[in-house]
Design a protein around this ligand. Structure first.
Ligand code: KG4
Ligand code: ZN
Length: 360
């Protein structure tokens, strides 16, 4: 079954063709980062306009690279939320028009579930049986979504059956990376730059750096909830302190890299601590950890979490760098298994900026 996936929830326009839900035949992604960089974040109207310009040429390229025609597509899937409503509508309308025209089933996909699916797709040998079924011994699994808009822990009793366990009460980690980078005078998106500058700082140190001056937020009401806005404020004050000092450019850069390093360490240990706390509470309930979202591109976070758990007892399934960012392969894969479990979505399904599955 050839499945077409379409992703336009934010600033990546992406189209993929998968064989069933697990084998990527083609994946074409156009990142709009250069368009939005000068504004320090995504401008929704510009994103929607660019998506509509790009969808048709990307579809042609995705079909060409998958060596198939539009008529050979059996299932059409698109993200319906959460995300920027205007941006979502461009991909969703495009997908529904194709489905109507080709008389093929349409499936609307939840972007967050798809980020978790990216962990399965990236570890296909481990995640799918020879009959293309999702390996049942990975469940119940714990899902961690860390992106520009979300920080969620989710219980996955079996693929398709999600229960929200925890969320951030304020900023998402990607948002914190973006805002910290902005405070440090670096460009958007902040995650990759902070990761790079933190690595440069670490490489210069002969021994492990001193105690982290930044502290993990404690959310009084519920110990499982995340909070990252306090960390952003700590970075703000650290940068303000720097500004008051007369430093030469080399020392200034070194001090900024030090802030980036400790900031990143603090984000990683916050996430590690919450997961450990949850696992301690739930005993040996979970059999694997599926990680997804843009921040999973961070190799320091990967190192922290993978080394935290015995990989035989509690394997951590991490997406490849390509699949950690927004792309349509995860949409096609999620849509395919959703179609097998629940059938097609209604063509009246609308774009949803927020989705209650992970309640705010
Ligand atoms: O999942 P995503 O592509 O879009 C959303 O659905 O939000 O995530 C984008 C976020 C941005 O905030 C970006 O700074 C962050 O992911 N990000 C990273 C890295 N690469 C992207 N954060 C930390 N380290 C990275 N290497
Ligand atoms: Zn995303």
């Amino acid at each position: 079954m050839k499945t077409l996936g379409i992703e336009t929830s934010c600033d990546e326009t992406s189209i993929a063709v998968l064989e069933d839900g697990h084998k990527i035949l083609s994946l074409e992604t156009f990142s709009q980062i250069d368009l939005h960089k000068r504004y320090g974040g995504v401008v929704p109207e510009l994103a929607s306009r660019r998506h509509s310009q790009l969808l048709t040429p990307l579809l042609a390229r995705a079909l060409h690279n998958a060596h198939c025609t539009l008529q050979e597509i059996d299932l059409i899937c698109a993200t319906y939320g959460p995300g920027l409503v205007g941006a979502l509508m461009t991909g969703l309308s495009f997908a529904k028009t194709l489905a109507l025209d080709l008389q093929k089933p349409f499936v609307g996909v939840n972007h967050l579930q798809a980020h978790l699916f990216a962990a399965l797709l990236s570890n296909a040998e481990r995640s799918f049986t020879s009959d293309k079924e999702i390996v049942s011994s990975l469940f119940p699994a714990l899902g961690l979504i860390v992106s520009g808009g979300h920080c969620d822990l989710v219980q996955i009793d079996r693929w398709g059956d999600f229960t929200a366990l925890s969320r951030s009460i304020d900023d998402a980690p990607g948002e914190a990376f973006d805002k910290a980078a902005q405070l440090l005078g670096w460009s958007y998106p902040g995650g990759p730059i902070i990761e790079q500058q933190a690595r440069l700082y670490r490489e210069k140190q002969k021994s492990p750096p001193a105690k982290n001056p930044f502290t993990i937020a404690k959310v009084k009401a519920d110990l499982n909830l995340f909070s990252f806005s306090g960390l952003k404020t700590q970075v703000y004050y650290a940068v303000e302190k720097l500004k008051k000092q007369q430093l030469n450019s080399e020392t200034l850069l070194n001090r900024k890299q030090e802030i980036a390093y400790f900031f990143q360490e603090c984000v990683c240990s916050t996430i590690e601590e919450k997961i450990k706390r949850l696992l301690a509470k739930k005993g040996n309930h979970y059999r694997s950890l599926l990680v997804g979202g843009g921040v999973s591109a961070n190799q320091n976070l990967k190192k922290t979490l993978v080394s935290s758990f015995d990989q035989k007892e509690f394997p951590v399934l991490w997406p490849t760098k390509q699949l950690s960012l927004d792309q349509a392969a995860m949409i096609a894969g999620t849509g395919y298994y959703q179609y097998l479990q629940k059938g097609p979505s209604s063509l009246s399904l609308g774009a949803q900026g927020r989705i209650p599955f992970l309640k705010k």
